[in-house]
Design a protein around this ligand. Sequence first.
Ligand code: WTA
Length: 659
Amino acid sequence: MSTNSIDSLQHEGPRFAPSPEFTANAIASGQLYEQAQADRLGFWATQAKALHWHRDFTQVLDWSDAPFAKWFADGELNVAYNCLDRHVLAGNGERIAIHWEGEPGDSRSISYAELTAEVKQAANLLTKLGVSSGDTVAIYLPNVPEALISMLAVARIGAIHSVVFGGFSAESLRQRIDDAQAKLVITADGGWRKGKVSPLKPAVDGALALNKETPSSVEHVLVVKRGENEVEWVEGRDLWWHEQIATVDSEHEAQGFEAEHPLFILYTSGTTGKPKGILHTSGGYLTQAAFTHRSVFDLHPETDVYWCTADVGWITGHTYAVYGPLANGATSVIYEGTPDAPHAGRWWEIIQKYGVSLFYTAPTAIRTFMKLGRQIPDGFDLSSLRVLGSVGEPINPEAWIWYRDVIGAGTAPVVDTWWQTETGAMMISALPGVTTLKPGSAQVALPGISIEVLDEQGEPVAAGGGGLLVVAEPWPSMLRGIWGDPERFKETYWSKFGTKYFAGDGARLDEDGDIWLLGRVDDVMNVSGHRLSTAEIESALVSHPMVAESAVVGAADEVTGQAVVAFVILRAEHAGTLPDEEASSALRKHVAEQIGAIARPRQIFIVGELPKTRSGKIMRRLLQDVAEGREIGDTTTLADADVMKFITEALPGGAGASA
Ligand code: WTA
């Protein structure tokens, strides 16, 4: 979004104040801001005490070893107990925890009592398979109940999960298994996507067969039977979930673990080719997950039905499909498949079926539905919806208004929530019963969170100014490090502004002090709300024998926010041997195999040269101009000023040509 359009919206755009009825019944009131303002640490201690502690904490924050924070360090808790047993013991065992909806239309409603029993059993199974506290378990599953059950069972015994999104390739999976030294992989024969069962087990087999010289750390592969896919079987290593689970007890007593006990690792793209294993721990993470979930969605657990459409393989799935809602005793919908299977109204049909009242999704989905037209959602009864959330990328005001009008019947508040894998939970968002909403702006820091917008020198920008988004004080659900790489952790997030966390996002403050996110300021792209690294895709491209050099940029895309566009120089012996379209389609496929389908470039341009500065740095800005079909910007710092001319002249039909 251009600065001009932000300016005009800032002054003229519509505003939506909460209705008096909403405010009167709201879970979160404006007093939260005052309490947090008066005593930030006391405020978080109060939120933490809403959980069950096996041993109470006396310390709140220890920041003496910054940037390595400790929250509630002398307390002990069990994350799974907080999400399960606690609710059963409080008399809510009959409440539905999960309405699970399979893509082909099969479904299962699982109560808190049933989910607790299944997790206890799975915890016993993990123990039987030799997994214990501190071990890591890779989870590579579709969005099926066993994904949540596995995560909770791992947490229950103090092991560490590393969920790998099912769309990642065998190579990506192996990289993550090796980095975390996972002992066990939990997968499925497949999962339903777009009307067919897409296989998962073969990717695990492929991953474990890679790098034969260094055998993987994996001892067992536990396989959930979801489809009827044929699977290859390695005797002794591979085990069926349903057979194994039948052999173990459903009694399991949860023990307390220290608040700083690791809970999970989740890999995310950074500015180099190697993904970062973001580490989260137990007490602080669960505190902020639960607090933000109930406050931002105005959760009334007795009556609301909540649906977060994210796959459990992403941080949004971890915090807002699993830990936040379950810690709060909410009833959630979990859906396995894609929004358009078997028909374009599938999501709206699910909302109607379960009476979903709180809904959380990504702008890219909303823009896709906008394009399809309102007649599709208009065909369903969406009157149960009362709060709508957005996450993953900036939501443009047009999409925001459409979301409120068409999905929210012109009354449901839209909360735009800014946060990251690293922050663990929401950091910036409106509170629906308090804030007057401003479409397009994520608005204000949540109570207890300290956000600043700074210039390069670390000075706060004035109202109306743009700069870098920073978290000025430690927060409970903050990342505790990058797995196995403390130096990279310090360098990436803490070398720019000392003990203030550098988020990597640009932001602007308007005259009211509201925050407008402007996208990443580093070489990280955001495609459909998913982070992709330009360096990672470039290294996948150059791993192909045809490729000499590559440069990847994120180009603006109407639906996905950004799209991956690559510029590739072929090795001399390959140049001209294939028509450009064939070469680029082979390379697009190669990237999907190396990283996963989400990273497959929208376009690949085969070029003779890349624009470089005299010091050899690729000028991505110029390539971005080409990719977005714009006039080429300033080329004076190029080593060879004619390069851009050659590139644009060589492109068939200019930049718009698709690969
Ligand atoms: C972007 C997803 C604008 C941002 C929870 C951030 C957003 C990255 C918003 C994190 C938002 C997320 N408005 N941009 N409401 N939410 N982002 O780790 O660039 O997958 O740094 O976490 O997404 O992506 P991640």
